[in-house]
Write a protein that binds this ligand. Structure first.
Ligand code: UT7
Length: 322
């Protein structure tokens, strides 16, 4: 038999048509953590991690926050539920192992029968999901894709344990990816280091997060600038041409050390960790959405995203802002 299967028409590229974010209203300062009984202090957290305050979800679920962020991204993109045919949810804090959350999220948004799946690449998850969305669009397999990073880390953190309870927080960010006549989402540079999988895990008995902070710190500060520079080169850019840099918001010292190595003195660096803490796969879309909302980068400007975290996994990608 000599049968050739047909493929759908392929657009030249993909782009982000709109972004949105949602953070729960309850603000928790470092002093609030001390008052709750955490053995820490404001000075240590600000100087070692850079966090002044973070948001904790009370009654809201991970899906609730994802719906809120996605609604804003859809409104900002001008693309409605009826035009979305794929939903990708990046999360590592789903309430249960089965089912994943993407189908429920889509249903809550009134998106009828889309392809729907979850990605768990922890804090690198949003960039993995964004790249998957871009590939689906450029392969002609989806018209418009909703990408959501949503996390309720407070469900998985011992909030009294000072190693993790001071860092992690809740929130969601989202993007709508659509076909384009030119490339608006550059090539991804991604990888993993499974030899260090033990560095960030959930404890089997308690299901709470544990991390070997210094192992991850050294890995991130020694490797992630190269990932970012490779992503720039893959997109055909010099790093000095970047308008913005939005790394995963894990630690202000990590952000600043990576930013310095990019040799892009005029780049606007996202430092949302100061007010939001570490929201894993939600941290990049929240910080990027805020950067646009504040008008810190122009429309059509190149912004470098670099996600990294449990796995260990990482991914870097240059996008053009909507
Ligand atoms: O999002 C996923 C990716 N994750 C990351 O990228 C995390 C990377 N790692 C980090 O950001 C940092 O390693 C942490 C913020 C997790 C920890 O900061 P560190 O500077 O590496 O602190 P450490 O764990 O080495 O502890 C230094 C000192 C210790 O005291 P001694 O032994 O020097 O007397 C700790 O007991 O700080 C003490 N300490 C604290 N003190 C006050 C540790 N945690 C706290 C705290 N408050 N919350």
């Amino acid at each position: 038999m000599n049968i050739t299967l047909s493929t759908p028409p392929r657009p030249a590229g993909s782009r982000i048509a709109g972004l949105g974010h949602y953070q729960p209203p309850t603000v928790i300062t470092n002093d609030d953590l001390v008052a709750r009984g955490v053995d820490t202090n404001d000075e240590w957290v600000k100087s070692r991690v850079g966090i002044a305050e973070r948001r904790f979800a009370m009654d809201e679920t991970m899906i609730d926050m994802g719906v809120a962020a996605a609604s804003k991204a859809m409104a900002n993109s001008g693309i409605s539920a009826t035009d979305i045919d794929l939903v990708i949810l990046a999360t590592c804090t789903g309430k249960q192992q089965v089912p994943g959350g993407a189908a429920e999220l889509a249903s809550r948004l009134g998106i009828d029968s889309p392809g729907a799946y979850d990605i768990n690449a922890a804090c690198a998850g949003f960039v993995y999901a964004l790249n998957s969305a871009s590939e689906a669009v450029t392969a002609g397999h989806a018209r418009n894709v909703l990408v959501v990073g949503s996390e309720k880390l407070t469900d998985y953190v011992d909030l009294l344990e000072r190693g993790t309870g001071i860092i992690f927080a809740d929130g969601a960010g989202a993007a709508v990816v659509t076909p384009s006549d030119s490339v608006g989402i550059g090539p991804v540079v991604w990888g993993s280091d499974g030899d260090n999988a033990h560095a960030i895990t959930t404890d089997a008995a308690s299901a709470t997060l544990r991390q070997e902070g210094q192992t991850v710190f050294r890995w991130a500060t020694s490797k992630m600038a190269d990932v970012g520079l490779q992503a720039c080169a893959a997109a055909g850019l010099q790093s000095w041409q970047l308008a913005g840099f939005v790394p995963h918001q894990a630690n202000l010292r990590i952000i600043d050390l990576i930013a310095k190595k990019l040799k892009a003195p005029n780049v606007v660096v996202a430092r949302d960790i100061v007010n939001s803490g570490n929201t894993s796969s939600a941290s990049i879309p929240i910080a990027l959405s805020k950067m646009l909302e504040r008008g810190e980068v122009a429309s059509g400007a190149p912004v470098l995203l670099v996600g990294f975290g449990a796995g260990l996994t990482y991914a870097g990608q240059v996008i053009l802002t909507p």
